[in-house]
Every structure is written in structure tokens, then in C-alpha cells.
Design a protein around this ligand. Structure first.
Ligand SMILES: *[C@@H]1O[C@H](CO)[C@@H](O)[C@H](O)[C@H]1NC(C)=O
Ligand SMILES: *[C@@H]1O[C@H](CO)[C@@H](O)[C@H](O)[C@H]1NC(C)=O
Ligand SMILES: *[C@@H]1O[C@H](CO)[C@@H](O)[C@H](O)[C@H]1NC(C)=O
Ligand SMILES: *[C@@H]1O[C@H](CO)[C@@H](O)[C@H](O)[C@H]1NC(C)=O
Ligand SMILES: *[C@@H]1O[C@H](CO)[C@@H](O)[C@H](O)[C@H]1NC(C)=O
Ligand SMILES: *[C@@H]1O[C@H](CO)[C@@H](O)[C@H](O)[C@H]1NC(C)=O
Length: 228
């Protein structure tokens, strides 16, 4: 019983590690942790040590959406260390973008104003609003670049429906951020040790939808109770 439960949990953990919330893929995210992604303004992460060059005249911002519908806002801050929402909200690049479907979305962004110059440091913020998790946040620390060829090979369509479903391999191939969420780490622990405590941690990190499914599938009260 313990063994079969653990293998079910291990199986389920594979999709769970990437099927939660949303990820910022391009430009490189400060970091992704689904447990704190609701912390404004940057999903719980401090400024990156290095900045990604980003073409600011038709700058691609690509996300992977894990919910059927969501609303996306994109902002830019010129503060050297923006730590509050108000650092961003006066400079909107996109507002109230309604997206449908799970998978990849890429939006072109034209930065206007006196800051739209090669070499300017900025922080981009994506606010992702769904009925499932409310407001979630991801940021990228960039330096504006007028180098158009930075975008060569990036297809950015501004489509409002998902263009393709992504997995970790595709994200990595795109040079983007993969999910270093606590769930991907604890799922390994679950598989290898199978101890009660790591099993408990793994279950907690699961996406809630999956958890319901699992509880039903297993039909075992222990999993459900472990989470409660
Ligand atoms: C962010 O910086 C603050 C202040 O330096 C620090 O206390 C906190 O641990 C940092 N957070 C992360 C996730 O590194
Ligand atoms: C932009 O950021 C880089 C790296 O963080 C830093 O070395 C540089 O001094 C910054 N430039 C300006 C104008 O602040
Ligand atoms: C522009 O970006 C491309 C692609 O990263 C790079 O190969 C090229 O050297 C850059 N050009 C300049 C002038 O920085
Ligand atoms: C994600 O985890 C891998 C392996 O543990 C590590 O090499 C990489 O630097 C991490 N990335 C971030 C953004 O923490
Ligand atoms: C994952 O766990 C390993 C050891 O269990 C640890 O060294 C590593 O820093 C963890 N990575 C993250 C992203 O938490
Ligand atoms: C988790 O396991 C997978 C597959 O065995 C491995 O590729 C990955 O590096 C592991 N992650 C951590 C954080 O140990």
C-alpha cells in the first residue's frame, strides 16, 4: 500500500513540477517558485545578479500559461531595485490582455519615452491573473538593447490563444527559465526515500487540482489527510 502510493505520487509528480501557475520564459526570469509566485512584485525573488539584453522596440516577452484563461499585464520599472508594485504600475507596456488555452504566449513590447534607449537598465514585470490563484508575478532584470538581431529565431505572435504546449525540454531549448520549484525538488526526495515526511512534503507541493484527482484515484484517505 505504501509502495504503490509512493509510485503513484512519483508518477504524478512529473507533470506536477511544471503544471502550476505560469512561468516567464523570455527574457530570463528572476526565478520561479510556485509557492511564492503570488508575492508582489516579482514572485518572491530579489534582483538578478546579471541582466539580460532585451530589444526594447519590439521586445518579446514569452510566458507559459498553465490555466485555461488568464489576464496578463506587463509593466516596466526603471528603479535600480524595484521592490513594490508601485515601482511598476506607472509604466504599463500591456494591460488587460485576455488569454485562452494552456501553453506558450509571446507578446511584442514597444517601450516608449525617454528611457527607451540602448543601455538603459530596467525590470520587466508580468502580472498574471486567474480565477484559480489570483495575482501571480514574475520579473526579469534587463538592459535595453537596440540590437534587432537579438530577436532572430524568436517567433513572437501576440496570439491570444495558446500557440503550443511546452514542457521542460522545450523551455530549456528556448533558453528560458525552467521551474526550480520546491515541488520538483521534493518530488525527487519522495521517489528516492519514500519516507513519511518527504511524502508529506511532496503532497503539499502538488497542484491542488492534481491533488484532488490523486486522492480520488488512490482512494486512500491517508494522502488527503496528510495534506490537511
Ligand atoms: C531578498 O533580499 C532580502 C534583503 O536583502 C533578504 O532578506 C531575502 O532573504 C532575499 N530573498 C531571497 C529569496 O533571496
Ligand atoms: C546597469 O546594470 C549593470 C548590471 O547590473 C550595472 O553594471 C550598470 O552599472 C548599470 N547601469 C546603470 C546606468 O545603472
Ligand atoms: C547583436 O546580437 C546578436 C545575437 O545575440 C549578436 O550575435 C551580435 O554580436 C550583436 N551585435 C552587437 C552589435 O552587439
Ligand atoms: C535551477 O536548478 C538548477 C539545478 O539545481 C541550477 O543549476 C540552476 O542554477 C537553478 N536556476 C535557478 C534560477 O535557480
Ligand atoms: C534541491 O535539493 C538539493 C538537495 O536535496 C539541494 O542541494 C538543492 O539546492 C535544491 N534545489 C533547489 C532549487 O531547491
Ligand atoms: C530530479 O530527478 C531528475 C530525474 O532523475 C533529475 O534529472 C533532476 O536533476 C533531479 N532534480 C534534482 C533537483 O535533484
Amino acid at each position: 500500500m505504501q509502495a504503490s502510493l509512493i509510485s503513484l505520487v512519483a508518477l504524478a509528480a512529473l507533470p506536477a513540477a511544471v503544471s502550476a501557475h505560469f512561468q516567464l520564459q523570455l527574457p530570463k526570469s528572476r526565478g520561479f517558485d510556485e509557492d511564492i509566485e503570488n508575492e508582489a512584485p516579482c514572485g518572491g525573488f530579489n534582483a538578478s545578479a546579471t541582466r539580460a539584453p532585451w530589444y526594447y522596440q519590439k521586445g518579446p516577452i514569452q510566458i507559459n500559461s498553465e490555466h485555461d484563461t488568464a489576464t496578463v499585464n506587463i509593466y516596466v520599472s526603471y528603479d535600480s531595485n524595484p521592490t513594490t508594485l508601485t515601482s511598476f504600475t506607472s509604466n504599463a507596456l500591456k494591460t488587460d490582455v485576455k488569454i485562452t488555452g494552456e501553453g506558450e504566449f509571446c507578446f511584442n513590447n514597444n517601450v516608449a519615452g525617454t528611457q527607451a534607449t540602448n543601455g538603459v537598465n530596467a525590470t520587466l514585470m508580468v502580472e498574471y491573473i486567474s480565477t484559480v490563484h489570483g495575482h501571480l508575478y514574475q520579473c526579469s532584470d534587463v538592459t535595453f538593447s537596440s540590437n534587432q538581431t537579438l530577436n532572430e529565431g524568436i517567433t513572437c505572435t501576440d496570439a491570444l490563444t495558446a500557440t503550443k504546449n511546452l514542457n521542460d525540454a522545450a523551455v530549456q531549448a528556448a533558453g528560458g527559465e525552467t521551474s526550480n520549484s520546491s515541488s520538483s525538488n521534493t518530488s525527487n526526495t519522495t521517489t528516492s526515500s519514500g519516507s513519511t515526511s518527504s511524502h508529506h512534503d511532496g503532497a503539499i507541493a502538488f497542484h491542488s487540482d492534481l491533488l484532488v484527482l490523486l486522492s480520488v484515484t488512490v482512494g486512500a484517505a491517508c494522502l488527503g489527510l496528510a495534506v490537511l
